[in-house]
Design a protein. Structure first.
Lengths: 297, 394
């Protein structure tokens, strides 16, 4: 090991010592070595190529107090569970209620997650498997719990919707997809690559905004909240992105041999067709892959 | 809102990424605590996965997003509000006293608010204040000597309203308000004399002296006797530890004069020498304190004109690329729109936000403590007109 490497390793060790002290992992029965291993695994997952300063920065960005609490709970530490229940029990039920809006379903959702968090299932070695093992401290524990709840709800809804009565779906306000019909062939073979080119030129955020607004039908305020910006920013962006996509498609079609008028007509036809077909398309097909697999006992 | 052709929507739905981000990444995304590259990756998936978009929307719900950094900007801290209320109460009460205070004690020992850098009085007004102070000399001198012996220096020096003063142009509302605040600070930040050298016992003097020196008008400086300027040097020394010894020696050497002059004795020779000393000290302090960003992204400060450097860490692990300094106001920006501000030369830091931006800040420029621009590596330019409390994308 070179001197620089040794120096870097020493700095990381000091960061680990500091984080261990800050996390109070010792009070949950987690030794310093175990804690270091936990952090190393997390770093290996999210920042496998980080070293030195980057690794220190990554470690410092983790929510180590909550990480230690979660891992203490996963290990079955009574004290950790007391703290966890005190801090998060009500929040979990509130979050479930915010997702489902039905008391019974919310309680069922929250109780189901609690069972997973406690670890009612055992692994191959016979040890209890707690979902809290998968919490890595990248975000807050509360945020992680809400996200897990939301994923569980989406999984359940997606897998269970075939078994829900039509009346129940209508009462819940769900749009029933119209019978699928054959996609009409594009008016011109040049349109698809031009569209692909225009969409590929967009940033991930712009595509997300378009999908959220046009496919999911989300409100500007909802999208703004998801991105952490003001609603007016999203409003401007939607207009700007839609105009940019249109312009890029037309330029692509012109490049591919259409006249500008032909290109605009091709898009105009598509726009008129939108209102007739858009709702049926809003039931976006999914891959059918759940967010996570539940291990069978 | 503009419609999109259905063929575009159809292509938009094409899924690309098969693997869902785990709940940790999605939660961190909701809390705006992912790195730039990670955020791009999550957004790329979300753009093509309705389930994950739904999960994110449900998870956010009414959740109050937890900040990635627990440190709030100074104006959002509850302590700021509490202390602001206390200070405001003191200011109102002290405002009545301010107008009747003796101006004899020189300007140099007054304390200015860190952010408001405004000349206190005009040249004419300061001369009038000095004259009025001379008239009040016996009483105020005795009073100040009494205070000095107790270890307190009266920093409230506005002269009583005399007929002469009343006939002269009065300080503007802003200057009066400033003086009232100075009076308020008197009770919040005590300055103790010890062996002739003034030792700053409160954050206010340390934080404010630099700004005060910068804005002091020549006339005001001229009305200040040498001793308080010397004591001022000792106060400034606290902010720059490595230079403290030299400055403290100067303060101590001037101590006897400080004791005598605190009552407000002003002579032309003393005033001019005080002015020269103040100017020299100001340039010395400003020259002594330097800031830079190292090649590996560390924020560094030098208190000895660049001979030695100390790393300053507003946030553990943050990587910086730009720094801007105006007196004791320091702004440092870096990766992932990290932006920090200190109003006390780097002693304490508060985070500032470029709302919605995750680009790295590559350039910071401030023309004064209120007006600045920040350049990001995505080409965006952000401007502020309030010292960085709010940033607007240009």
């Amino acid at each position: 090991m070179t001197a620089a490497q040794a120096k870097s390793a020493g700095k990381i060790d000091s960061v680990l010592v500091e984080l261990y002290a800050r996390s109070k992992a010792g009070s949950y029965g987690i030794s310093a070595e175990q804690f270091s291993q936990i952090l190393a695994r997390i770093a290996g997952k999210y920042a496998p190529e980080a070293s030195g300063e980057q690794l220190r920065a990554f470690y410092s960005s983790l929510r180590v107090e909550e990480l230690a609490l979660a891992r203490g709970c996963a290990a079955g530490h009574e004290g950790a569970w007391e703290i966890f229940l005190t801090r998060f029990r009500e929040k979990l039920y509130d979050a479930a209620h915010g997702i489902v809006r039905d008391d019974a379903m919310a309680r069922e959702l929250a109780d189901g997650l609690y069972a997973d968090l406690y670890g009612t299932r055992t692994g191959e070695s016979g040890a209890r498997v707690s979902k809290l093992e998968s919490y890595t401290g990248r975000g807050s524990l509360e945020g992680w719990l809400r996200t897990v709840l939301a994923q569980e709800y989406v999984n359940r809804y997606r897998s269970g919707k075939r078994n829900v009565s039509l009346e129940a779906q209508e009462e819940a306000g769900h749009q029933l997809p119209s019978p699928q019909r054959e996609d009409p062939p594009p008016p011109d073979a040049r349109l698809a690559p031009a569209i692909d080119q225009a969409l590929a030129a967009l940033s991930a955020e712009d595509r997300f905004i378009l999908a959220s607004y046009y496919l999911d039908g989300r409100k500007l305020a909802q999208i703004a909240k998801m991105l952490g910006v003001h609603e007016s920013t999203i409003s401007r962006k939607v207009e700007k992105i839609a105009a940019s996509v249109r312009k890029t498609i037309i330029e692509g079609l012109v490049y591919r041999g259409m006249s500008r008028r032909q290109a605009e007509e091709a898009l105009e036809v598509d726009v008129r067709d939108v209102s007739m077909d858009i709702r049926s398309r809003l039931a976006q097909e999914t891959q059918g892959r759940p967010f996570f697999k539940k291990e069978s006992p | 809102m503009a419609e999109l052709p259905k063929s575009v929507l159809q292509r938009l739905k094409q899924p690309r990424s098969q693997e869902h981000p785990d709940a940790n990444l999605l939660a961190a995304f909701c809390e705006q605590s992912l790195t730039g590259r990670e955020r791009e990756g999550v957004l790329a998936h979300l753009a093509t996965c309705a389930d994950c978009r739904e999960a994110v929307a449900l998870a956010q719900g009414d959740m109050q997003q937890q900040p990635a950094v627990l440190m709030l900007p100074w104006y959002r801290r509850p302590q700021t509000f509490t202390w602001s209320a206390v200070a405001a109460t003191l200011v109102v009460g002290a405002a009545l006293v301010v107008n009747y205070r003796d101006r004899a004690v020189p300007e140099s020992t007054r304390q200015l608010p860190a952010r408001r850098v405004t000349p206190a009085v005009s040249a004419q007004q300061s001369a009038d204040a000095a004259g009025a102070a001379r008239e009040q000399l016996p009483k105020s001198n005795a009073k100040n000597e009494q205070l000095a012996s107790r270890g307190e220096v009266q920093t409230e020096h506005r002269a009583k309203k005399t007929p002469d003063l009343a006939a002269k142009p009065q300080p503007g509302p802003e200057a009066k308000d400033l003086d009232a605040k100075r009076a308020g600070r008197l009770y919040a930040d005590k300055i103790q004399t010890k062996g002739g050298a003034l030792k700053d016992d409160g954050a206010g003097a340390r934080r404010d002296e630099e700004a005060k020196l910068r804005t002091m008008s020549p006339a005001v400086a001229a009305s200040a006797p040498q001793a308080p300027a010397a004591s001022n040097m000792a106060v400034l020394a606290k902010e720059q530890p490595s230079a403290a010894s030299t400055q403290t020696e100067q303060a101590q050497a001037a101590a006897p004069a400080a004791q005598k002059a605190v009552g407000g004795m002003v002579s032309a020779e003393v005033a001019s020498s005080a002015q020269a000393v103040l100017k020299a000290q100001k340039s010395k302090v400003e020259a002594a304190s330097r800031w830079t960003v190292s090649a590996d992204g560390q924020l560094q400060r030098s208190s000895d004109s660049g001979r030695t450097w100390q790393t300053v860490t507003p946030l553990q692990g943050a990587t910086f690329r730009a720094v801007a300094v105006i007196g004791s106001e320091v702004w440092a920006g870096g990766a992932a729109a990290d932006l920090f501000h200190s109003s006390d030369g780097g002693q304490t830091w508060a985070r500032q936000l470029l709302s919605g931006s995750t680009a790295a800040i590559v350039s910071l420029r401030f023309t004064d403590p209120q007006h600045g621009t920040a350049q990001c590596d995505d080409g965006a330019t952000w401007v502020t007109t309030d010292g960085g409390q709010h940033w607007t994308k240009r």
